[in-house]
Ligand binder design. Structure first.
Ligand SMILES: Cc1cc2nc3c(=O)[nH]c(=O)nc-3n(C[C@H](O)[C@H](O)[C@H](O)COP(=O)(O)OP(=O)(O)OC[C@H]3O[C@@H](n4cnc5c(N)ncnc54)[C@H](O)[C@@H]3O)c2cc1C
Length: 246
């Protein structure tokens, strides 16, 4: 059995991180249940763009001979029936293909004419999360044109919602929105069923730049994957589900 995980969306650290995490999960299963199988990761990027050292260590220590990573392989053609993908110069075959297509805000954002950037994303006022082209309409999460170094994540979407909720409340109270929102992101990656690692960052509104910027010295990446981080990841998941879903 061979599984190909293909990213058609180069230069997207967040999307790449998810692909690499999924590769670990599939490889973890193969290692136990189908040890002769391979996971071929075809990346449109020139290199691993997020948690590089941590993913390379996990692939080398845990999945040597199972995960094969190949950069500079932007997918040009997919034949689902034949199980093949073509890149500029190569062709690959897998029993299972997992294609990550180029991403953009959903159709509803297109129909509402909220897309302002690159035919893909919605610019927002970071003090309120209102669309810059339709004040009064708040855009959250992955649909936004990310602020500098801001990942697209559930963690971030949840924080966007808090900025929007506070701004809407302030609006109805006749007050100005918080002039300097500060939000944070944490993303865990499970590399097996027992170990995880994380990256996190803090983002503060900069009135001069009119956007959220990363706070220097806050955040960073794990020193290594381990079982303790897996426990933190489980706790993070339970907390954000409780926070978002009630
Ligand atoms: C494999 C994987 C692992 C991830 N792991 C993490 C992680 O560990 N931590 C983390 O923080 N983030 C993680 N993420 C990222 C996270 O899932 C996304 O960033 C987050 O879900 C974005 O939230 P959102 O509300 O913007 O969009 P979505 O979650 O995509 O929600 C949009 C919703 O809108 C609905 N919708 C669309 N159009 C309409 C319409 N016209 N009417 C009604 N509904 C509509 C869609 O069906 C969808 O349910 C992961 C993503 C993937 C793929």
């Amino acid at each position: 059995m061979a599984a190909s995980m293909c990213s058609r969306s180069p230069r997207r650290p967040t999307a790449a991180r998810r692909t690499h995490e999924r590769a670990c999960q599939v490889a973890s299963y193969f290692k136990k249940a189908k040890p002769k199988s391979k996971v071929l990761v075809l990346d449109g990027n020139e290199d691993i763009v997020s948690k590089k050292g941590l993913f390379l260590a996990a692939w080398n220590d845990l999945y040597k001979g199972i995960i094969q990573y190949t950069p500079n392989q932007e997918i040009k053609e997919v034949n689902a029936r034949a199980g093949t993908v073509k890149t500029d110069f190569d062709s690959f075959k897998g029993d299972v293909l997992n294609i990550l297509p180029p991403m953009r805000a959903g159709d509803i954002a297109v129909q509402a004419k909220l897309i302002t950037h690159n035919n893909r994303w919605c610019d927002v006022n970071w003090l309120t999360m209102e669309s810059t082209v339709a004040p009064g309409i708040h855009v959250l999460g992955d649909a936004t044109l990310s602020a500098p170094a801001m990942p697209k994540s559930g963690s971030m979407a949840n924080n966007h919602a808090k900025i929007a909720a506070a701004a809407i409340l302030a609006h109805y109270l006749g007050e100005a929105p918080n002039p300097q929102p500060v939000i944070s992101n944490t993303c865990y990656s499970y590399v097996s069923d027992t170990e995880a690692m994380h990256v996190n960052s803090v983002h503060r509104y900069d009135a001069g730049k009119k956007t959220l910027v990363p706070v220097a010295g806050a955040g960073g990446v794990s020193s290594g994957r381990n079982a303790l981080e897996k426990g933190y990841a489980d706790a993070w998941a339970k907390n954000i589900w409780a926070d978002a879903l009630g």
